[in-house]
Design a protein around this ligand. Structure first.
Ligand SMILES: *Cc1c(COP(=O)(O)O)cnc(C)c1O
Length: 340
């Protein structure tokens, strides 16, 4: 069976680098949304908790419920209807309008739009948002924002940082006026955290760096991290291909001499994005994906029983003209995980 191996040593190494950058393990919130970027929600959550991480970030309440016992605080980014609640949960407020749908007596982190223009209340709407939440007896436990360009060398990063600085001052003033506790402030994802030399926020929301990737766009002096995931496929059938015979849909790979080929139990149905005759890909051991990847199979020029398909997704991300995030996140949650 195809499987995902999770390298625990590499994961702990990455957590070490990350908590050094934040200054302490208490300031790390591990981002576990979308099945921990395809790595397995419960598997990564358990190892993060063992490392001493106390905060997590997910997309939905369903994800939060799976890991509820493992963390002190769980930020839920994109849940509209709060059908289940635990005091470990903190719900992200993504617009002023969303206040009316929130139940009373919950914890909320207000998201502020500092320039990405995706989610969040505008800085000038903050006081209205805070008063609206108070009317529902909602506790404001955090105020945060998200960078649109932390991984590229543009001025947006500094611009958003300065807008958020103003937001923090404004929130503090409002809270003092209303005798409210000062909420936790956070703005950094992985790239923003590693671009910040004087990190002084309450915590950082670290996703992709946890899993061993940080794209430095060729300009930043980011530390080297270690990919946690490797994907393995298992042999289904082997045959001898005669010179001139071709393999798979469209017959787009033709043998230039007699050769041995095998099929393996992995395809685009498992979330391994389809490779074809225009995307030459070689596995870490040097085997070639022959022709087109099918829904449940791919062909390689070997008869090894188990083959590592990748142990670093940079090459595949480049081939597919996408980002490392998409390669791991699209993998099917049904692929078995093993911690090694
Ligand atoms: C996904 C996400 C993150 C994590 O980003 P990385 O680049 O993977 O570190 C942080 N904050 C928010 C709001 C997110 O949606």
């Amino acid at each position: 069976m195809a499987k995902i191996l999770l390298n625990k040593e590499n994961l702990l190494y990455n957590f070490g680098v990350i908590s050094k950058q934040t200054g302490s393990v208490e300031k790390v919130a591990v981002v576990l949304k979308d099945n921990a970027y395809g790595h397995g929600l419960l598997e990564i959550a358990t190892m993060a908790s063992e490392f001493g991480i106390k905060k997590a970030v997910v997309k939905s309440i369903e994800e939060a419920l799976v890991i509820e016992k493992l963390f002190d605080d769980i930020l839920i980014l994109a849940q509209k209807d709060i059908h289940t609640y635990s005091h470990t949960f903190h719900i992200a407020l993504n617009s002023l309008d969303a206040i009316k749908n929130l139940p009373e007596n919950i914890n909320v982190h207000i998201k502020v739009d500092t320039g990405m223009h995706r989610n969040g209340v505008m800085p000038e709407e903050l006081e209205t948002a805070i008063l609206g939440l108070l009317e529902k007896n909602i506790k404001i436990t955090g105020v945060f924002t998200h960078h649109k360009n932390s991984d590229e060398l543009t001025t947006d990063f500094y611009w958003q940082k300065s807008v958020f600085k103003g937001v923090k001052e404004n929130v503090k003033t409002i809270c003092e006026k209303l005798s409210l506790a000062i909420p936790a402030f956070h703005s950094c994802n992985s790239a923003a955290l590693f671009r910040t030399t004087d990190f002084d926020e309450d915590f950082a929301r670290v996703g992709i760096a946890t899993y061993g990737y940080l794209d430095n766009a060729g300009v930043f002096d980011f530390p080297v991290l270690k990919p946690v995931m490797s994907l393995w496929a298992s042999r289904l059938a082997t045959r001898e291909l005669k010179k001139g015979q071709s393999v798979g849909y469209g017959g787009t790979f033709t043998a230039s001499e007699d050769m041995t080929v095998s099929t393996y139990d992995l395809g685009y149905g498992d979330g391994f994005l389809r490779l074809n005759e225009r995307t030459a890909y070689t596995t870490p051991k040097g085997y070639k994906v022959l022709g087109r990847v099918s829904m449940d199979n791919l062909s390689l020029n070997t008869k090894d029983e188990d083959v590592c398909i990748f142990d670093d997704v940079h090459v595949l991300a480049k081939l597919h003209d996408t980002i490392t995030y998409e390669i791991t996140t699209t993998l099917s949650p049904f692929i078995k995980k093993e911690i090694v």
